[in-house]
Design a protein around this ligand. Structure first.
Ligand SMILES: NC(=O)c1ccc[n+]([C@@H]2O[C@H](COP(=O)([O-])OP(=O)(O)OC[C@H]3O[C@@H](n4cnc5c(N)ncnc54)[C@H](O)[C@@H]3O)[C@@H](O)[C@H]2O)c1
Length: 330
């Protein structure tokens, strides 16, 4: 595998959950990192520890507008990833995926950069094939409330492969499955952060449907390792390649594990399943194993323990902040 040290690397969505961990990893590898974000769901807090680092630069920019920077590699992660956020402004979500891809691909073409796309397991929709291999074309509702995200990401993949075929761009496409870890947004409605925040506050844990729908959860460090390995593959390898964890848990099992690890007094309550919520989601990781020599390593209990510690520290900071405000008001 080639070394990427000292490359100039653009990370879009770099102030988000995955993007901030990717910035950390690239800085640690010796790259010059240009982090771009419009702070829609990301926050400067995720990257504040990098401020002042001589190889880190931060730009407030919306990827739906063109960007001109001299870089060797582009990691395109900009896009809200959780249903509450991407459904908040669905037109903007599609624009971010589609116009964002066009702008970043145009930049990659101009500066001859290698370019990575953070695609998603959502391109498989509500799948009839289980687990999902990359050859599966998916079952996506084109007009549903999740379509702005699913179809936006599918169109972005199309654009990546057309730029590759038409303009010989060096592309790398990963289909990312459910990933969790520190710096997830506490109120993004995703199942891991939801359960942890509810459990830590001893609030009821909300299970959608019967809770028997399964999910597979990948810890963030494992995912970042997969992404970086993918970027280092030879030009002939484009993906798409699934990255995630194939160990399945029911959502109810996850809830019980979170309750146990947080020593919570929360009760489990049931609510109606949201529209187009997939019953099962599990990656076929055969390609990732053979092409990247990669598989996830972090057991769920270990990853959850680290994530719980992160949310605990965030919640105690929020309490301190509220107390400071109250004290100042007295
Ligand atoms: N976390 C997961 O489980 C998961 C799964 C599949 C795919 N992905 C993909 O990975 C990427 C990162 O996801 P994440 O979980 O870190 O989500 P996130 O919401 O934490 O990060 C997305 C980042 O993109 C930024 N952004 C959004 N719109 C933008 C725009 N128009 N211009 C510039 N910046 C913009 C946000 O402010 C945020 O910092 C996304 O593309 C997402 O679709 C994530």
């Amino acid at each position: 595998m080639k070394e990427i040290a000292h490359d100039r690397v653009l990370v879009t969505g770099g102030a988000g959950f995955l993007g901030s961990h990717l910035c950390d990893r690239l800085i640690a590898e010796g790259c010059d990192v240009v982090c771009v974000d419009n702070y829609f769901t990301g926050t400067k807090r995720n990257i504040e520890h990098l401020f002042g680092h001589p190889r880190f630069e931060l730009l407030r920019h919306d990827v739906t507008f063109p960007l001109y920077v001299e870089v060797d590699q582009i990691y395109n992660l900009a896009c809200p990833a959780s249903p509450v956020h991407y459904q908040h402004d669905p037109v903007q979500t599609t624009k971010t995926s589609v116009h964002g891809a066009i702008n970043m691909l145009g930049l990659a073409k101009r500066v001859k950069a290698r370019i990575f796309q953070a695609s998603t397991s959502e391109v498989y929709g509500d799948p009839e094939v289980h687990p999902q291999p990359e050859s599966y074309w998916g079952r996506v509702n084109p007009i549903g409330v999740r379509s702005c995200y699913d179809e936006g990401k599918r169109c972005a993949e199309t654009l990546f492969f057309d730029y590759h075929r038409q303009h010989k761009l060096r592309i790398k496409v990963a289909r990312i499955f459910n990933t969790y870890g520190p710096r997830m947004h506490p109120r993004d409605g995703r199942v891991v952060s939801n359960f942890i925040v509810q459990a830590l506050q001893n609030q009821p844990i909300t299970l959608y449907g019967d809770g028997l729908q399964t999910r597979s959860f990948c810890y963030v460090d494992d995912l970042i390792e997969g992404i970086v390995r993918l970027m280092k593959t030879g030009d002939a390898f484009t993906g798409p390649v699934n990255l995630g964890n194939a160990t399945e848990f029911t959502v109810a099992e996850l809830a019980r594990l979170v309750l146990e690890l947080t020593n919570s007094r929360s009760k489990i309550i049931h609510e109606r399943l949201p529209a187009d919520d997939p019953r099962q989601r599990k990656p076929d990781l055969t390609l990732a194993q053979s092409a990247l020599d990669w598989s996830p390593k972090t057991p769920l209990v270990e990853g959850l323990t680290r994530t719980i510690a992160y949310f605990e520290s965030q919640l105690s900071k929020a309490v301190e902040y509220r107390e400071t405000l109250l004290a100042a008001a007295l």
